[in-house]
Design a protein around this ligand. Structure first.
Ligand SMILES: [Zn+2]
Length: 228
């Protein structure tokens, strides 16, 4: 089979595929803050992992708490399938995040095993302990790696505080997939928080004449990554 000159040139010009990790406290956090950006990345052929600190053991609507981990693991896997991403779980326990020496090490090991080019994590000033924990664990892994990957922060409606994004991704074209990935988390009553996130991304986009934009803040000492 011969390769046309045009496709060969296109292949040579295309930047190499990136490995992207989006870390979040619970199933649903990476989707709430970044689903549109994740969809844009995977559409471009980049590989994305959603790294959840726990399996949401602490709440799954009216269901028995014993069933929450399996219900929410399944919801996360459904969301990932919609986004063409992969789910990884750090296996901490919902609401009881531990940030100490052994947990810094095990989280860094899990993250480094993915060999990421860029990592998104939750902004550290947040009303939920698990969100603050995943942010601290990610920052520590980044520092210990010698700032090997690009590090960006994202926000989630209701919980994130004092967040001022500086980089934006136009997600207008993937709005329906963002919606589907967030609504995969049926047990989390998405009607309560999804509209608030849409309002955040609408405001992000307004200044730039974009319908919907997810906003991020790069760590000031991090290299810049290719955003979709
Ligand atoms: Zn959360």
């Amino acid at each position: 089979m011969s390769i046309s000159r045009r496709s060969l040139l296109a292949a040579l010009a295309a930047p190499p595929a990136l490995k992207v990790v989006v870390a979040g406290g619970h199933p649903g956090d990476p989707e709430c803050g970044c689903a549109g950006t994740i969809a844009r990345y995977t559409d471009l052929g980049h590989a994305v992992v959603l790294l959840y600190l726990n399996r949401g053991e602490g709440y799954c609507g009216g269901e028995d708490l014993k069933r929450c981990a399996s219900i929410r693991t399944l919801e996360a896997q459904n969301a990932c399938r919609m986004l063409k991403a992969r789910a990884v779980f750090a296996d901490q326990y919902d609401g009881r995040a531990i940030v100490d020496g052994p947990h810094y090490d095990s989280f860094a090991q899990l993250l480094n095993a993915e060999n990421p080019d860029v990592v998104f994590t939750q902004w550290p000033i947040d009303s939920h302990r698990d969100h603050r924990a995943v942010s601290a664990l990610t920052l520590d892994a980044w520092l210990k790696s010698g700032r090997k990957f690009a590090l960006y922060y994202y926000e989630v409606a209701e919980d994130t505080m004092m967040f001022a994004p500086a980089d934006y991704v136009d997600i207008s074209s993937v709005e329906s997939r963002r919606h589907a990935a967030c609504y995969a988390h049926v047990s989390q009553s998405p009607d309560k928080w999804y509209p608030k996130q849409v309002e955040i991304t609408r405001k992000n986009g307004a200044a730039k004449g974009i319908a919907q934009a997810e906003g991020f803040l790069r760590h000031k000492d991090s290299k810049a990554a290719l955003l979709p």
